[in-house]
Design a protein around this ligand. Structure first.
Ligand code: ADP
Ligand code: MG
Length: 241
């Protein structure tokens, strides 16, 4: 069988200054092409899990491997290959960037801040904006866009990055039902185009969860259930909120 895209082996982590671990003994495996939905109440550890996967928060016990490599050892290099949409990421009206700048900024890691993007780099940004159906918004200040539009720009950013692992933290929270569906459709499209795998976190149900192959429920820092979506859907989605 293929090597997992994400593998957590008995991972625990405790925030600095805290005594109780925010995550305890988590073992998880995400296979290529799969979408894993992580549900659980507020404060359960869902955001913490994503931060441990991308290495922004170190595991105090256990091992985290992404694309077969240790995130503790190769975090910087691996994070360039991971698209992370943080929870509540929202640009206010004073943010001095255009939508297209936000998408293009994902390339700084590859081309450097002090280099002009090439024609091919700019092309990639345009293609990503087109794929997500927001090319018409490219010259608008990002902070003037609605929450749903900003979410789409961030998905275009992930697409321009070409990352084959998407970590999405509550990507449809506070969106209206139509925008939720739009974002779910775009995530499917990005997964297909890039052959990407996804971990999507949500404290509510919704179309993004419905299409996941696997489901995990976290409570108080531990996984209470994990398995194929079909087997757990009935049992868990009702408790997801
Ligand atoms: N920076 C931090 N320092 C200390 N504790 C934190 C920090 N961030 C989160 N926590 C705690 O860790 C637990 C899990 O939080 P979080 O992962 O944000 O939960 P969720 O995303 O499921 O709502 C909570 O008890 C929260 O208060
Ligand atoms: Mg959270």
């Amino acid at each position: 069988m293929d090597e997992p895209i994400v593998f957590l082996n008995a991972v625990s982590t405790t925030y600095e200054g805290e005594f109780v671990p925010a995550l305890s003994h988590i073992t998880l495996c995400l296979r290529a092409g799969d979408r894993l939905a992580v549900v659980g109440p507020n404060g359960a550890g869902k955001t913490t899990l994503l931060e441990v996967v991308n290495g922004l928060l170190p595991a105090t016990k256990g091992q985290v491997h992404v694309f077969g490599q240790s995130i503790a050892r190769h975090g910087h290099r691996l994070r360039a290959r991971i698209a992370y949409m943080a929870q509540d990421m929202f640009f206010d009206a004073s943010t001095p960037f255009l939508a297209q700048d936000v998408v293009a900024s994902v390339q700084y890691g590859q081309i450097g801040v002090f280099h002009w993007p090439s024609r091919a780099d700019k092309q990639r940004v345009c293609e990503a904006l087109e794929a997500v159906d927001v090319i018409h918004l490219r010259r608008r200040p990002i902070g003037r866009l609605s929450g749903g539009q900003q979410r789409k720009i961030l998905l275009a950013r992930a697409l321009a990055q070409g990352a084959r692992l998407l970590l999405l933290d509550e990507p449809t929270a506070n969106l209206d039902p139509e925008a939720k569906l739009d974002v779910a459709r775009i995530v499917c499209d990005v997964e297909d185009r890039l052959d990407a795998s996804t971990i999507v976190v949500s404290h509510e149900g919704g179309p993004l969860l419905d299409d996941a192959q696997r489901l995990a429920r976290i409570e108080a820092g531990t996984i209470t259930h994990e398995g194929p979506m079909d087997a757990l859907r009935q049992h868990l989605i009702g408790q997801a909120v």
